[in-house]
Design a protein around this ligand. Structure first.
Ligand SMILES: Cc1cc2nc3c(=O)[nH]c(=O)nc-3n(C[C@H](O)[C@H](O)[C@H](O)COP(=O)(O)OP(=O)(O)OC[C@H]3O[C@@H](n4cnc5c(N)ncnc54)[C@H](O)[C@@H]3O)c2cc1C
Length: 399
C-alpha cells in the first residue's frame, strides 16, 4: 500500500481510487462505506488514512478560473502550480506555506499556515467550497453561510472537496533577508519587534545555540543583526539550490514567500514534524521553558521554526479566536524518540493554550478542551455524515 511523503505512515486503506470526473467521484462516494480524501500526502500522522477507500483527485479536471479578485481551483491543485497560474495574470495569493508542493484542499483542511503578524492561515483565503457529501450529493458553501466557519478546517470529515474558491490580490514583490546568527537572548527579548519587522518572518532555533532570522518584506528592511553573505538553508548540510532567493533581492511573491522551490526537495526529506500554536502573550514563557528543555530536544531535532499567524474565526483553526505563535519542530526520523518526548513538550505547552497542528505528530487526543466549537463541529459531522463514512482511526481517537 502507499505511504505519506515522509514515509513514516503506511496507509492502511484497502484501495486508492482516482476518479476522473465529479460524477465518477459522486458515484464512488455513494457506493463505498468508508472514504477518505487524500491530498499530496504531506501530513505526518494518519489523518489522511482510512479503513476503506482513499480518494486521490490528481486525475480530476484541472481547470482554474479567475473571476475578479477570486479564483476557483480544483481541490487537488498544488499551491506551486496555482501560484504560477496567478502570477502570469498579475495576481497573488495572500500567503504561502514553507513549501509549494502541497494541495489546496489538503492544506486548508488542516489550517496550514505561513507566517506574518497580519496573515491568517491559508484556510482564511477560502471564500467558497464545493464538496461531495456522504450520500454522493454535491454541496456548495460560501463564506457567511452559518456552517462555513466549521467546514473549511474540517479534516476531511465532512466530505470530499472538489473545488475551492480563494481570495486573491494583485501581484506583489517580496524581498527575503536572512540573518544567520542572532543571539537567542536578543531574539527572545525582542520577539514582538522581530516578528513585526516584515510581511512574513521565521525564526529558526536548535534550542541551544543562536537563532536564524528570515525576514520576507515588501520594503527594504535592515535589522540590527549581521545579514548572511550568501544563500542559507535552515538545515546545516542541505543544498542551498532548494531555497528561494535571498539577499534582499526583490522578486515575485511566489518566489520568496515559500522557503523552498517547487522543483526541489522541501526541508530534509528524512524527517518528522510537530507544531504547537499558542496565544502570542504565552510565547515568552513557552520559549523560556522549551529553552530549558533544549539539551533534551536538540539530539532529536533538525531545526525548530517559529512563525506568527493572525487570529481567525474558523472553528478548528489553531489560530481560531487568538493571534498565535507557531512553535514547529522538524525532527530526525526517530519515531520512538520523538513520540517519547512529545508528551513532555505538551505538558509545557498545552496548559499555556497551545493547540497542535492537525497535520503533524502530536500525542494528546483530548481536543474538546482546546476548541470552544468542538461540540458544534461534532454536531455538524453527525448531521452531514450520520453513518461515519468519512471517519477514520485518527478522528475516532479524538475526545
Ligand atoms: C516538508 C513539509 C513542510 C511543511 N510545511 C508546512 C508549513 O509551512 N506550514 C504548515 O502549516 N504546514 C506545513 N506542513 C504540513 C502540511 O502543510 C499539512 O500536513 C497539509 O495538510 C498537507 O496537505 P496535503 O495536500 O499533503 O494533504 P494530506 O496530508 O494528503 O491530507 C491532509 C488532510 O486533508 C484532507 N483532504 C485532502 N484532500 C481533501 C479533499 N479534496 N477534500 C476533503 N479533505 C481533503 C485529508 O483527508 C486529510 O484530512 C509541511 C509538511 C511537509 C511535509
Amino acid at each position: 500500500m502507499e505511504q505519506n511523503w515522509a514515509g513514516n505512515i503506511a496507509y492502511q486503506a484497502r484501495e486508492v481510487a482516482r476518479p476522473r470526473s465529479v460524477d465518477a467521484l459522486r458515484q464512488l462516494v455513494a457506493d463505498r462505506d468508508r472514504v477518505r480524501a487524500l491530498g499530496s500526502r504531506h501530513s505526518f500522522n494518519d489523518l489522511a488514512d482510512g479503513q476503506g477507500t482513499l480518494v486521490s483527485l490528481e486525475e480530476m479536471p484541472d481547470e482554474i478560473v479567475v473571476t475578479g479578485q477570486q479564483v476557483s481551483v480544483p481541490a487537488g491543485v498544488r499551491y506551486g502550480v496555482l501560484a504560477e497560474f496567478l502570477a502570469e495574470r498579475g495576481l497573488a495569493l495572500p500567503n504561502m506555506a514553507s513549501l509549494p508542493h502541497i494541495s489546496v484542499a489538503g492544506a486548508i483542511a488542516t489550517a496550514t499556515h505561513g507566517s506574518g503578524d497580519g496573515n491568517g492561515c491559508l484556510s482564511t483565503a477560502v471564500a467558497g467550497l464545493e464538496l461531495v457529501t456522504s450520500s454522493g450529493g454535491l454541496r456548495t458553501l460560501w463564506r457567511g453561510d452559518p456552517e462555513f466557519a466549521g467546514s473549511v478546517v474540517a479534516l476531511g470529515a465532512l466530505g470530499v472537496i472538489t473545488r475551492v474558491t480563494l481570495d486573491v490580490r494583485p501581484a506583489f514583490e517580496v524581498r527575503q533577508q536572512v540573518y544567520p546568527s542572532v543571539p537567542w537572548s536578543t531574539v527572545a527579548g525582542e520577539l514582538a519587534e522581530v516578528f513585526a519587522s516584515g510581511y512574513s518572518v521565521s525564526v529558526f532555533t536548535d534550542w541551544v545555540g543562536p537563532a536564524q532570522v528570515w525576514v520576507k518584506s515588501l520594503d527594504p528592511v535592515a535589522l540590527p543583526y549581521t545579514p548572511a553573505d550568501g544563500p542559507v538553508h535552515m538545515l546545516p548540510g542541505e543544498s542551498v539550490a532548494a531555497v528561494t532567493e535571498q539577499g534582499g533581492v526583490p522578486g515575485p511573491w511566489l518566489d520568496r514567500l515559500p522557503h523552498f522551490r517547487l522543483g526541489h526537495k522541501p526541508s530534509a526529506g528524512a524527517e518528522l514534524q510537530s507544531e504547537y500554536l499558542l496565544p502570542r502573550d504565552s510565547a515568552p514563557e513557552a520559549l523560556a521553558r522549551l529553552r530549558e528543555m533544549g539539551p533534551r530536544i536538540a539530539p532529536l531535532l533538525q531545526i525548530t521554526e517559529l512563525r506568527t499567524v493572525a487570529a481567525d474565526t474558523l472553528w478548528l483553526s489553531p489560530a481560531g479566536g487568538r493571534d498565535v505563535l507557531g512553535i514547529h519542530f522538524t525532527w530526525k526520523l526517530d519515531v520512538p524518540g520523538v513520540t517519547g518526548l512529545l508528551p513532555d513538550i505538551e505538558a509545557v505547552l498545552l496548559p499555556l493554550g497551545a493547540r497542535p497542528h492537525w497535520g503533524k505528530l502530536f500525542h494528546t487526543s483530548e481536543i474538546s478542551t482546546l476548541y470552544p466549537r468542538w461540540t458544534d463541529f461534532l454536531e455538524l459531522r453527525a448531521h452531514h455524515d450520520p453513518k461515519g463514512k468519512f471517519t477514520n482511526p485518527f478522528l475516532d481517537r479524538l475526545t
